[in-house]
Design a protein around this ligand. Structure first.
Ligand code: BDR
Ligand code: CA
Length: 312
């Protein structure tokens, strides 16, 4: 069967899980047309550096477009406590040769949406500022972008940056509100879903014993996040918010239960800032706007991860 090439933009606040997500897209033959960088996990410049460094590690040249360095309206904070000083643990890396593009991410998104109108998919594993700015500049993006895969929000109101909010949506709830009401085809992979599918001790040891260049790289860049998750977040292993979202984007059968529902964003500067409010009973009679993932096939996800780590 002839397979059509899929064209993606990956939008990153480049920490360990963002990097692995980029690698997984490439491993599965996705054509990554651009990497856009947005405010988030660590300092903006380090996010750019990490993306370029990761490309050098994997020997690929893909344009890296620096984008928004702050949320639309509100203040935010970086989370080096979670991902380490350098976002891949405490090691702070720099690319040796590659440089970021001079083009702003917002312009790159608009241009790529034109070039691949109706085909472009947007993997949003970071706050939604870049996409919201691009859409506010060019509303036709809603028709031109085929799908937006979002790592963000919570289903049951169990967050990671506040008791009820997930980090990506919390950082820029105003951008999220713009995107959630844009009419784009959205799939949301929530924080309190992915916490059910962490990498346990046995899987971690199996990855260690794979002894490939990529498996050692994985162990190295996830060790800090794993320790944080297990000591501070009551988890039994390291989570994969971005990578699970990416696996679903690559192969939608990884998501075994999905419901299209109406979701709105709480964007007040208040106790519940960044909460994803899901009308799960249809009480508001609003047109469902988001495919909400409720369950995944962990075996399928893990086999995609092992497949990635056995690449080289
Ligand atoms: C999300 O926020 C970031 O810390 C991670 O990269 C992930 O995208 C998890 O809440
Ligand atoms: Ca991320």
């Amino acid at each position: 069967m002839l397979r059509m090439t899929r064209h993606f933009i990956i939008d990153c606040d480049t920490a360990e899980d963002d990097i692995m997500s980029l690698f997984m897209l490439l491993r599965y033959g996705i054509s990554v047309e651009g990497i856009t960088i947005v405010e988030g996990n660590i300092s903006f410049d380090q996010e750019v550096n990490n993306a370029l460094w990761a490309l050098e590690f994997i020997g690929k040249e893909i344009p890296v477009y620096p984008g928004s360095q702050r949320p639309l309206v509100k203040n935010y904070r970086t989370v080096e406590n979670v991902h380490g000083k350098g976002g891949i643990g405490d090691k702070v890396v720099k690319p040796s040769k590659l440089k970021a593009s001079n083009k702003h991410a917002v312009d790159a998104i608009i241009e790529l949406a034109d070039r691949y109108a109706g085909e472009l998919e947007f993997l949003a594993i970071s706050p939604l500022t870049n996409l919201a700015l691009a859409y506010l500049k060019d509303k036709s993006l809603a028709d031109k972008i085929k799908k937006v895969w979002i790592m963000g929000g919570t289903i049951y109101g169990r967050g990671n940056i506040t008791p009820v909010a997930e980090y990506n949506i919390w950082v820029d709830p105003d951008a999220a509100k713009v995107i959630f009401s844009s009419g784009m085809d959205l799939t949301m992979v929530a924080w309190d879903l992915i916490t059910n599918y962490t990498i346990n001790d046995e899987e971690w040891d199996k990855i260690k014993s794979m002894n490939t260049k990529l498996s050692s790289f994985y162990i190295d860049i996830y060790a800090h996040y794993r320790n944080y998750a297990m000591t501070k977040q009551k988890m039994k292993g390291n989570p994969h918010p971005d990578l699970i979202t990416t696996a679903i984007a690559i192969d939608s059968s990884v998501a075994t239960k999905v419901e299209k529902q109406y979701v709105d964003i709480e964007n007040c500067e208040c106790l519940t800032r960044g909460m994803t409010v899901i009308d799960y009973l249809g009480i508001w009679n609003k047109e469902p706007n988001v495919n909400v993932v409720y369950e995944i096939n962990k075996e399928k996800f893990i086999s995609m991860l092992y497949n990635l780590l056995s690449w080289f």
